[in-house]
Design a protein around this ligand. Structure first.
Ligand code: SF4
Length: 376
């Protein structure tokens, strides 16, 4: 549905967020107070309508996606976040670390079998792994595939390599970039509020740490994503602060390509065992976050993902009419979400095409930098 200000006026006559949505429709940048108000509002549908109109103006109707493989090379991690069900201690029966050739082989196999355009390489903070391990993997993948983009490593992994190797973040990033790293996912962002991060056991990569890695990457022309993990112990105000913090850095560097909101999956995590999170936050929260992100970032961060991975294909379709424009990736090999007990199927390109075609929207395959490669 396309709405104009007049229609909005009719729809929102009694809504207390009218003036905020009106500002958004006029292209004004919202301040903290307004964003906080949006986050707390129950008028999810109206916020979504406005966000979707802004989406249409900024990026049009095309829904993009990328054939992608998620490759988790180790589950050994010494950070042991309370919200993570994926990590294992070294020596645990089900701990694992793939050697470089195994990682390269898996990436090459998915590339030749499924024509993947990107491999997302991510694992834990494993003290046994040196920077040469990543260099070997990145070189190997580039050598054997040429055009497969490497989207890799969380800020925690990058910060740890810097500590272990006693070199600056900049030097780590330069070495990884020279080996073939193309872009960096937003992992490690969680909620950019130190008080909350401490409570969820985020012992590495505090707010400043995450921002520092992202800023260094942007300065080196390594684009990154920005993420938010919501639905645990954070408040709506913390979510508003998170979006504003990202927007401030983006104004400075312009290096964020996309925003992705991840719904927290509590299964088998310490937060669940401690009774701090008992259930998933649900679809309305997703829609509010997708819509608020579109309204807050506007053209500053042009791509907002549908977050299908933790919210299902059906919810992803609805997110695409609430401000999102990008489906995200197809998925092969992912192991982080299944560790929580939630079943995630590999989703292939045909399935994505079918879901988007049902919405009567143009579909395009993109690269890891969100450049459209071809319409389908
Ligand atoms: S979220 Fe990442 S850093 Fe934290 S325990 Fe899990 S693998 Fe380690």
């Amino acid at each position: 549905m396309v709405i104009d200000t007049k229609m909005l006026g009719l729809l929102l006559r009694d809504s207390d967020i009218y003036s905020i949505l009106e500002k958004a429709l006029h292209g004004d940048r919202l301040g903290f107070k307004d964003i906080n108000y949006l986050m707390k509002s129950q008028d999810t549908h109206l916020i979504g309508l406005v966000a979707d109109r802004i989406r249409k103006e900024i990026v049009g109707d095309t829904v993009t996606f990328i054939p992608n493989q998620i490759l988790n090379y180790t589950n050994i991690c010494t950070v042991r976040c309370d919200f993570c069900a994926f990590y294992r201690n070294s020596g645990d029966e089900d701990s694992y670390t793939l050697n470089p050739s195994q990682v390269i082989d898996r990436a090459v196999k998915a590339w030749s079998q499924y024509n993947t355009k990107q491999v997302l390489i991510q694992g834990g903070v494993n003290p046994e792994i040196s920077i040469e391990y990543y260099e070997e993997i990145f070189h190997g993948i580039k050598e054997k595939t040429k055009n497969l983009a490497i989207h890799g490593l969380s800020t925690s992994e990058i910060e740890f390599i810097s500590k272990k190797e006693r070199v600056s973040i900049k030097e780590v990033l330069q070495r990884l970039q020279n080996s073939g790293l193309d872009s960096i996912p937003g992992a490690g962002g969680e909620i950019l509020v130190d008080r909350i991060r401490k409570k969820i056991g985020r012992r590495l990569s505090s707010v400043n740490g995450w921002l520092r890695v992202m800023e260094e990457a942007h300065k080196l022309n390594i684009p990154t994503s920005a993420t938010m993990m919501y639905g645990h112990i954070e408040s709506e105000t913390d979510r508003a602060k998170h979006l504003l913090t990202i927007r401030e850095l983006q104004k400075k560097t312009g290096g964020f390509m996309a925003f992705i909101g991840w719904n927290f999956e509590s299964g088998s995590t310490k937060l669940e065992q401690d009774g701090l999170v008992t259930h998933s936050s649900g679809g309305m929260e997703l829609l509010r976050i997708v819509a608020a992100a579109r309204i807050v970032f506007r053209e500053l961060i042009r791509n907002i993902q549908s977050s299908w991975l933790t919210n299902s294909i059906s919810m992803a379709q609805i997110a695409l009419i609430n401000g999102a424009n990008d489906w995200g990736g197809t998925l092969y090999d992912e192991e982080v979400i299944p560790a929580t007990g939630k079943q995630v199927r590999d989703i292939k390109t045909q399935e994505i095409l079918h879901s988007i075609k049902n919405m009567n929207r143009p579909i395009a395959e993109r690269d890891n930098c969100y450049k459209i490669l071809r319409y389908l």
